[in-house]
Write a protein that binds this ligand. Structure first.
Ligand SMILES: [Zn+2]
Ligand SMILES: [Zn+2]
Length: 295
């Protein structure tokens, strides 16, 4: 069942802040919702199209630790990664794939790693081709990690990719950011709608802006380019205008926002309602990736 986005914005941001127009970015909101995805579907936390003869990825980081067990350092036995996301090109037309591929898989070790001082799981990506997988035996069930922090183990969700346009929550120059913030406060007082509810998103998505909870921290590739935001896996799902109409708990015009972020589906808390942002450099032929985490 498709989950539509909320009602349209009540005013055109281009009329209020013409200088924001160049900041508009297309994004695909994923809307993960609890379900029983199968391996040849796009999903969050569902089974992956994985060749049976290919070993399942494990993590042997010497210092990864588990906050769920008093931050005990885990090891040295390899910890199986968990499936986090599978995107098949037919479901996400706006996502650009490397030539010859049409499946993107994201996995991570469900423990905390201090790599890049991010203190989060480290996403691992696989790009594959449906055609290449068609004649190969596939893995029936992924091995379970023997140790995990369930804040980072998604429950299986089907996804409902929905394309929209968003504006930055923080990625603009300071003077504009200050004016937008002031106007947002005025709007919230007069009609209960903030700029951030109406024009920015803080949920799992492809493209658009990272839904930074802290000041922006864009990574740079070894080649010198600033990397692009590829996707976000977020603990907060569907707040403000973006909460689907049928999931609103209060009556009215559909603009009431729940003060608490929704945990609909994957149930990951990710620290304190955190987000993991995956970045890619498409200038380099190998499309290197890295991540940031905040909460
Ligand atoms: Zn690990
Ligand atoms: Zn690069």
């Amino acid at each position: 069942m498709p989950v539509p986005a909320g009602p349209p914005a009540p005013f055109d941001i281009a009329d209020v802040f013409p200088e924001l127009v160049p900041y508009a970015r297309a994004t695909t909101l994923l809307y993960p919702r609890a379900g029983s995805p199968v391996r040849d579907e796009s999903s969050l936390g569902g089974p992956l199209l994985w060749p049976a003869e290919e070993s399942w990825p494990t993590c042997t980081a010497p210092d990864h630790y588990n906050p769920a067990r008093g931050c005990a350092v885990v090891g040295p036995a390899p910890v199986s990664m968990v499936p986090v996301l599978q995107l098949i090109a037919r479901d996400v037309p706006a996502l650009v794939f490397p030539a010859g591929t049409d499946v993107l898989q994201v996995l991570w070790c469900p423990l905390i790693h201090s790599e890049h001082d991010q203190h989060s799981p480290v996403p691992v990506l696989r790009w594959r081709s449906v055609a290449d997988l068609a004649d190969r035996p596939l893995l029936d069930e992924a091995p379970r990690p023997y140790e995990f922090d369930d804040e980072y183990v998604p429950l299986p969700c089907v996804i409902h990719p929905t394309e929209t346009v968003e504006y930055p929550n923080q990625d603009m120059h300071a003077e504009l950011s200050e004016r937008v913030g002031r106007w947002s406060e005025e709007m919230e007082e007069s009609c209960g709608i903030s700029y951030y509810d109406a024009f920015t998103t803080q949920q799992s998505k492809i493209g658009g802006y990272p839904g930074w909870a802290q000041p922006p921290n864009w990574p740079h590739c070894a080649c010198g380019s600033r990397m692009d935001h590829l996707l976000t896996i977020s603990a907060s799902e569907s707040c403000g205008r973006w909460l689907p109409v049928e999931e609103r708990t209060r009556p009215g015009g559909g603009w009431e926002t729940d003060s608490e972020p929704q945990h609909v589906g994957h149930e990951m808390i990710m620290g304190d309602c955190g987000g993991i942002y995956v970045f890619v450099c498409r200038t380099c032929p190998t499309w290197p990736t890295t991540h940031r985490y905040d909460c």
